[in-house]
Design a protein around this ligand. Structure first.
Ligand SMILES: C[S@@+](CC[C@H](N)C(=O)[O-])C[C@H]1O[C@@H](n2cnc3c(N)ncnc32)[C@H](O)[C@@H]1O
Length: 220
């Protein structure tokens, strides 16, 4: 069971051009990665703490957070090609040197290509809500996924999740609280970190009266 639908999605002319221009340098297909852990140091051309953002969507948040943390090697994994192309356009415009993109399933990436105990942090912002009850099992944040992410974090590494869907927030809190490798940095929800960019989706959720919840858990 995967947490996404393959939307396919046509690229705009600008997205097609940036794909041709930059993907070979900035991106990799998860399915084409050589067996074993990804060599981030070689790919980024420097040794630095690695942060993984899962499901970067159109890259609005990703580009801003990568720009705000030039000391990190920032990895984004996403299945949606137009989103990755849009993120490359942003990376180019902002001249980001610390961002690399992976196209494919984050579960496969984490399981097969991220070494245990190696990540400085992981972020999952506004994962697909799968609102129908019969689809809840497709939601990304489930105990097995949380256990996998936690195992890839270095001690002290932080998993940061956010959602504007109330029952998903509850599900996240239960899954993260139930993971023995993680410790909640707050009592329940975290206060909204001022450094997490407010996207137009979050602004719309606010306008429609949905509260966005942040969860910050540390690897023990
Ligand atoms: C609702 S969007 C949110 C995007 C972005 N984080 C934001 O806050 O605007 C969720 C994204 O997660 C991606 N996604 C879902 N499951 C995934 C998986 N297993 N691996 C990689 N990306 C995934 C989807 O393609 C989608 O673009």
């Amino acid at each position: 069971m995967v947490s996404f639908v393959n939307r396919g999605g046509r690229l705009t002319v600008g997205q097609e051009r940036v794909w041709a221009r930059r993907w070979a340098e900035l991106g990799r297909e998860v399915a084409d990665l050589p067996e074993g852990p990804l060599d981030a140091t070689a790919w980024f051309g420097r040794e630095a703490p690695v942060l993984l953002e899962i499901g970067s969507g159109m890259g609005e948040t990703t580009a801003q957070l990568a720009a705000a943390a030039p000391e990190l090697n920032y990895l984004a994994v996403e299945v949606y090609q137009p989103g990755l192309a849009q993120l490359m356009l942003r990376a180019e415009a902002m001249e980001l040197a610390n961002l690399r993109l992976l196209r494919g399933d984050a579960v496969v990436l984490l399981r097969e290509h991220i070494a245990p105990g190696s990540l400085h942090g992981a972020r999952v912002y506004f994962p697909d809500p799968w609102p129908k009850k019969k689809h809840h099992k497709r939601r990304l944040i489930q105990p097995a996924f949380v256990a996998l992410v936690a195992s890839r974090l270095a001690p002290g590494g932080v998993l940061h999740c956010a959602t504007d869907i109330e029952d998903y927030a509850e599900q996240m809190l239960a899954a993260l609280s139930g993971e023995p490798l993680l410790r909640n940095l707050h009592d329940g929800w975290a206060p909204r970190p001022p450094w997490r960019p407010r996207t137009k989706f979050e602004a719309r959720a606010d306008a429609e009266g949905r509260i966005s919840r942040d969860l910050l858990f540390e690897r023990v």
